[in-house]
Ligand binder design. Structure first.
Ligand code: ATP
Ligand code: MG
Length: 390
């Protein structure tokens, strides 16, 4: 008998030739998440197993493992020999280890090894009878049981568990490449980054910092947001770009109604250069259609104009309420709503253009000499590492 974590992964992604690639990356991500040489990670028959850890660390290990994208769920389990007597003893032991309170139960048996002589239904019925004998206060409920006792009979052993903790699904981080998230400190961009990370992208973050209009607390907030996202990926490098000089120049020289758009274009251009240099394949923003003047269709066209990399906007069809709900679930919301001076409030025009013409935006930009300032901003960028390394 051995305590272990049985990890189920979403098989939907596993069809076809990519399966070994996906599985290797998942195992590597689990190893990084487990973060301990004392723990072994093995893959066998569509399951990953974590063994050999200190039982005192089990809760923190479960927490780390369930944040690995690609994990469907984590089951703290016990492995045992495959004879019926041992399985029964192990199952009764697992039930007696549960905290009191469950009133009903169901036994579920999976026989991955179809040559195993006892059919799943028969084993479930037998086990159920033995459970009732030993715990007469319990009753059987096949539709909504308080306790689901599961036995998986596999080639090498049987696995018994009563708890299945959901993971977040998705694809292992890095399987889709990497991308640069424009991370503002607002509610939206962390959620956008999380959604793309879930689809297998490894993130770097780029933050535009307008000292002294925004101060140390604003910078801290962005690093905390990145650290919060890092629970799913391991540490995230945050490129902090000094943006003040560019903003001031635009404030002085740009037509007021195009100010936000021109700032946005400068951000995208700088982020694009950093992204390319870091080997990223895309930019990610928290934009959502129609949310503000700079996120109309015309404005998005002007913002994304002239970039070499695609811009991913996973929140494009989300209502603000949906984004807020997701941010709360992820735990980024409380960080995002910390009060601080948003650099953009200082530089927000009273009447921003909602339907800017691309030619007018290009012409306004061409009339302002930003080249040197953009180079200086890129050269002055400081990289900070947010979150624990994995
Ligand atoms: P958020 O809640 O993410 O700040 P928002 O609704 O406030 O989004 P905007 O301020 O219009 O929207 O910004 C749109 C997007 O531009 C953001 O989601 C983010 O990706 C990017 N962005 C804006 N400001 C910054 C900044 N200071 N640093 C990095 N990215 C930024
Ligand atoms: Mg914002």
């Amino acid at each position: 008998m051995e305590k272990l974590l049985l990890v189920k992964y979403a098989e939907i992604h596993l069809k076809g030739l990519n399966r070994p690639f996906f599985e290797r990356r998942l195992v590597a991500a689990l190893r990084r998440a487990a973060g301990s040489d004392a723990c072994r990670v093995t893959l066998r028959g569509s399951r990953c197993y974590l063994t050999g850890y200190d039982p005192a660390d089990e809760d923190s290990l479960i927490e780390a493992v369930r944040h690995v994208f690609g994990v469907h769920s984590v089951c703290p389990a016990v492995s045992c020999d495959r004879d019926m007597e041992t399985i029964t003893r192990t199952a009764l032991g697992a039930l007696s280890a549960l905290p009191p309170g469950g009133a009903s139960f169901k036994v579920q048996v999976r026989r991955a090894d179809k040559r195993y002589p006892i059919r799943s239904m028969d084993m479930a019925r037998d086990l159920g009878a033995r459970v009732l004998e030993r715990f007469p206060e319990l009753r059987v409920d096949l539709t909504r049981p308080d306790i689901l006792l599961t036995v998986e009979v596999r080639d090498e052993a049987a696995y018994v568990y009563t708890r299945e903790i959901p993971g977040w699904g998705g694809m292992p981080v890095g399987t889709a490449g990497s991308a640069a998230l424009l991370l503002s400190g607002g509610i939206d961009s962390p959620v956008a980054g999380w959604m793309m990370m879930k689809r297998g992208l490894r993130l770097i973050a780029v933050h535009f910092f307008s000292f002294p209009y925004t101060g140390e607390l604003a910078r801290r907030k962005v690093l905390d947001l990145a650290a919060s996202l890092a629970r799913w990926s391991g540490s995230i490098p945050v490129h902090v770009v000094p943006f003040t000089a560019i903003q001031e120049k635009l404030y002085e020289e740009a037509p007021e109604e195009l100010l936000t758009l021109l700032m946005r274009r400068a951000m995208m251009r700088i982020a694009g250069e950093i992204a390319a240099r870091e080997g990223c394949g895309a930019l990610i923003t928290g934009e959502s259609l129609g949310q503000v003047a700079s996120q109309t269709l015309e404005a998005l066209r002007a913002t994304g104009d002239g970039l070499a990399l695609p811009v991913l906007r996973p929140l494009i069809g989300f209502d603000k309420e949906e984004i807020v709900e997701r941010a709360r679930t992820l735990g980024t919301y409380d960080i995002s709503v910390r009060p601080y001076e948003d650099c953009c409030t200082v530089f927000t025009p009273r009447h921003p253009a909602t339907r800017p013409r691309l030619e007018a935006v290009r012409a306004a930009e061409a009339a302002i000499d930003l080249e040197e300032l953009i180079r200086a901003a890129i050269d002055g960028t400081v990289v900070e590492i947010a979150g624990a390394g994995k």
